[in-house]
Design a protein around this ligand. Structure first.
Ligand code: ZN
Length: 678
C-alpha cells in the first residue's frame, strides 16, 4: 500500500477550505480523511473515523480546545468540514477519571459539549480519540490488519508483525470501556505509532496529518507483507455441478421467499467475481463463511451469518425454489434461537430484529446483498465482498476466526441502535420495484418521478436510451433501453430489472403514441402499426412482468395507460382508440386471470394532458377546429382546469396503493361525461 500524500494537493485543500473560513488543521484533516476513505481496502461505507485536536473561538471570543471528529452520517471518502463536528476537549478528557459510563450518558456528554448544537452526533469512538494525546488520530478497518488478527493466534501474529511500532488491544466493544483500555495500553507503550484493536481494526497517531496518515499506510503494509510472505492455502473449490440457472430467474424466487408472510419486501444486489465463486464453492464454505463478521460493525448490515442455498440447476428451478424455501425456514429458526439464547443474558431485554438474511450466497452463481433500498442492498453486497476477500486472506495464513457470539450479539443489539428502531418511518412504496415503459418523457417521466418520491426503486424503460439515462441520473433510478414493439428487447429489459433489483412489483405500461386517420379510408398498415405499439406493446410488457411476479409469489400490480379514447372515440382517432380499447380489455383479462396470483390490474384514462402524446401542432389544430384558444381547449372539462402529467402520475401511484382494487379504470380528465366509464 502506497502513501498518496501530495504537498500540492494538501495545500490546495487548505486554500479551498479557507474560502469557507475553515482553518488549516481541519482542512488537512479533511484531506487525509478523504485519502483513507478513497481506498476500499481501508474504509467502506461509513466505517472508520478520524479526528484532529485544535482550537476554535466560541461566541464570547474565548479560544477553546476542541476535538473535531467524524460525525455520524458522513463517509470519510467525501467528508467535508461540517462532517467533523467540534467537541470541547476538556470535558471529554475529564471522563477518563470515571470507572464506567453508559452509552447513553456518553452520547449525552458528547452532544452537550458540541460548539454547534445542530452538528451531527460525534462518532461512538470519540472518547478513544480524545484520550490519546496526539493531534491527529486515524482509525480504519484495514483488510490486511483484519486478515492477520482474525485468527485463533491473531495476537501472536500481530505482535510479530508490528513489533514495537504498534501496541495490541484485546477485543472490547466500542464505547467508554474500549476508550479507557486504549488509553491504558498507550500509557504503557508511549512510543508506539499505532494501536491494533484485535478483530476490529487499527488506529494510527501523529503530530501532523501526514504523519498519522503515513503511519496508517506503513502499518497496514506490514500486515500486507505478512499475507504475501505466507504460503497461501488457496480455498479448495468443490467440483462444479452442471449448468446453473441465470440470475434473472433465481433472484425473483429468493426475493419472494424473503418477503415472507409479512410481505416485507427487500431489494437484492447481485455480485459475481471469480473470487466470490471460489469462496462460495469452497469445500469448507459452511465453516469459514458462517464464522461471523470480519469486523464488528458489519453485523448491523449483514447479520451475523449469510444464508447459503443449494446451487440452482438450469433445468430444475422448481426443485431449487422448494429447497431454498426450506433453507430460509432454517435460517429464520436459527436466527430466532440465536436471539433467544443471547437475549436472556441482557439486563434490558432487546427487541428482536427481523430474522431474514442480508447476504445470500448461491453456489455457481454469486452472492446477493439484501436491504430495504437499492442503496442498503449495495452496502450489504459491498461488505459481503470485503468479507470474501478478508476471509480468503485469513484462510491463506491460518484459520479465519471472528469475535465470539455474545460479542456479535452485543453489537447487533447495541442500545444506541435499538433506540433508533421504528423512529424513521418508511415511505409507502419503499422496498418496491417499479418499471415504467416510455418512462423518459411526458406522463411516463412524471410517473417515474412520482413513484421514486414514494420511496420505490424505479426502472425507466424507453426507446430513447440517452433520454432514459439522463432522467434516471436525475432521480436515482436505472435506465434500460426498451422497444416494446420488439419481443426480444422486452425480454432483455425485464431480465435486467430482475438482475438489478432482484424482481419487480409494479409495472406502469405507459409507452404509446397516437396515430390518426379516418377509419373508412385509413391504410391497414397504419392500424397494424398502432396495434403493435398500443396493444401488443402492453401485452408484451405485462406478460414479462407477470412472469417475474409469479416467480416471486408475492403478488404485484399492473397499471395501463389507456386514454379516454378507449371509451369515447374521437373523430379520426380510430387507429389510436381501437388498440387502446383492446388494452382496456387486456387490463380486465389480467385482473381476471391473475387475481388468484395476487396480481392486481388497473388502468388510467387520461385526457388532454400536456404531454409528449400531444404536440403543440396537434393542440393547435384541435383547438382551432373547435374555435377555442389553446388554454380553453386544454381546460375543456367539467372542472375547467388544465390536467397535467403530474395529475396522471398521482393516479398511477394511488392505484398502486389501493390494495383491494383490481379491474378498475380511473379517469384523470377534469371531468368528461362522454368518456365516463360505465
Ligand atoms: Zn472501528
Amino acid at each position: 500500500m502506497k502513501s498518496l500524500w501530495s504537498d500540492r494537493d494538501a495545500e490546495a485543500a487548505v486554500t479551498r477550505w479557507a474560502e469557507d473560513g475553515v482553518g488549516r488543521d481541519v482542512a488537512l484533516r479533511v484531506y487525509t480523511s478523504r485519502l483513507l476513505g478513497g481506498d476500499a481496502r481501508l474504509v467502506l461505507h461509513g466505517g472508520g473515523n478520524t479526528s484532529v485536536k485544535t482550537t476554535m473561538t466560541d461566541i464570547t471570543g474565548d479560544e477553546v480546545d476542541v476535538l473535531c471528529i467524524k460525525g455520524s452520517g458522513w463517509d470519510l471518502g467525501d467528508i467535508e468540514p461540517p462532517g467533523l463536528p467540534a467537541v470541547r476537549l476538556g470535558p471529554l478528557r475529564r471522563l477518563l477519571e470515571l470507572d464506567a459510563l453508559s452509552d447513553e450518558d456518553m452520547v449525552n456528554v458528547q452532544r452537550g459539549n458540541l460548539l454547534d448544537s445542530t452538528a451531527p452526533n460525534p462518532s461512538v469512538e470519540t472518547l478513544l480519540h480524545a484520550f490519546l494525546p496526539h493531534k491527529f488520530v486515524d482509525h480504519t478497518h484495514a483488510d490486511a490488519v483484519l486478515a492477520i488478527s482474525d485468527q485463533p493466534d491473531g495476537e501472536a501474529i500481530c505482535a510479530d508483525v508490528f513489533g514495537g511500532r504498534a501496541a495490541l488491544v484485546p477485543y472490547i466493544m466500542p464505547g467508554f470501556a474500549l476508550a479507557k483500555k486504549c488509553a491504558e495500553v498507550f500509557a504503557a507503550n508511549p512510543a508506539v505509532e499505532g494501536l491494533i484493536l484485535l478483530k476490529h481494526g487499527i488506529f494510527s497517531m501523529g503530530e501532523t496529518a501526514r504523519e498519522a496518515y503515513e503511519r496508517m499506510i506503513e502499518l497496514t503494509t506490514l500486515a500486507e507483507k505478512r499475507l504475501t510472505s505466507a504460503r497461501p492455502r488457496p480455498i479448495v473449490t468443490a467440483p462444479k455441478s452442471g449448468d446453473i440457472a441465470p440470475v434473472s430467474r433465481v433472484a425473483p424466487i429468493l426475493r419472494g421467499l424473503v418477503a415472507g408472510d409479512e410481505s416485507k419486501r427487500m431489494i437484492l444486489d447481485f455480485r459475481a467475481t471469480p473470487e466470490i465463486l471460489d469462496f462460495i464453492g469452497g469445500a469448507d464454505a459452511e465453516r469459514y463463511a458462517q464464522a461471523g463478521p470480519v469486523t464488528p460493525d458489519h453485523v448491523i448490515r449483514t447479520k451475523p451469518k449469510p444464508l447459503i442455498v443449494a446451487a440452482p440447476p438450469d433445468g430444475g428451478i422448481d426443485g431449487f425454489a422448494a429447497e431454498a424455501a426450506r433453507a430460509i425456514g432454517r435460517f429464520r429458526a436459527d436466527y430466532g434461537a440465536y436471539f433467544e439464547r443471547n437475549n436472556v443474558r441482557q439486563a434490558t431485554p432487546r427487541i428482536a430484529l427481523d430474522p431474514m438474511p442480508r447476504v445470500i450466497m448461491v453456489p455457481g452463481l454469486g452472492l446477493f446483498g439484501l436491504g430495504n433500498s437499492a442503496k442498503a442492498a449495495a452496502v450489504a453486497a459491498d461488505l459481503a465482498e470485503t468479507t470474501v476477500r478478508v476471509v480468503a486472506q485469513a484462510e491463506g495464513i491460518g484459520t479465519f476466526e471472528s469475535i465470539a457470539e455474545p460479542d456479535i450479539f452485543e453489537i447487533e443489539y447495541w442500545s444506541l441502535e435499538q433506540a433508533k428502531l421504528g423512529k424513521s418511518a418508511e415511505k409507502p412504496l419503499a422496498r418496491h420495484v417499479v418499471a415504467v415503459t416510455g418512462g423518459a418523457s411526458g406522463i411516463g417521466r412524471a410517473t417515474a418521478r412520482a413513484f421514486r418520491a414514494q420511496g420505490a426503486e424505479v426502472a425507466i424503460l424507453d426507446r430513447d436510451e440517452a433520454a432514459a439515462r439522463d432522467e434516471a441520473a436525475a432521480i436515482g433510478a436505472i435506465a434500460i433501453a426498451c422497444d416494446v414493439t420488439d419481443a426480444g428487447s422486452v425480454a432483455g429489459a425485464f431480465d435486467r430489472i430482475a438482475e438489478t433489483f432482484g424482481g419487480l412489483d409494479i409495472l406502469v405500461s405507459n409507452a404509446g403514441a397516437a396515430w390518426q386517420g379516418r377509419i373508412g379510408e385509413v391504410d391497414e398498415l397504419v392500424l397494424r402499426e398502432s396495434f403493435e405499439l398500443n396493444f401488443y406493446g402492453h401485452q408484451r410488457a405485462a406478460q414479462a412482468a407477470v412472469r417475474i411476479m409469479r416467480a416471486q409469489g408475492a403478488g404485484g400490480v399492473l397499471l395501463f395507460n389507456t386514454s379516454k379514447q378507449a371509451i369515447n372515440p374521437g373523430a379520426d382517432f380510430g387507429p389510436y382508440g381501437l388498440p387502446k380499447a383492446a388494452t382496456l380489455f387486456l387490463m380486465r383479462q389480467y385482473a381476471l386471470d391473475h387475481g388468484a396470483d395476487g396480481i392486481r390490474s388497473n388502468a388510467v384514462n387520461a385526457d388532454r394532458i400536456r404531454s409528449g402524446l400531444l404536440t403543440d401542432e396537434m393542440i393547435h389544430t384541435r383547438s382551432k377546429a373547435r374555435g377555442l384558444s389553446r388554454s380553453d381547449y386544454m381546460a375543456g372539462n367539467l372542472l375547467g382546469r388544465e390536467v397535467t402529467a403530474a395529475d396522471v402520475a398521482r393516479a398511477f401511484v394511488d392505484l398502486a396503493l389501493a390494495e383491494k382494487t383490481t379491474g378498475a379504470v380511473l379517469t384523470v380528465d377534469g371531468g368528461n361525461i362522454a368518456a365516463a366509464p360505465r
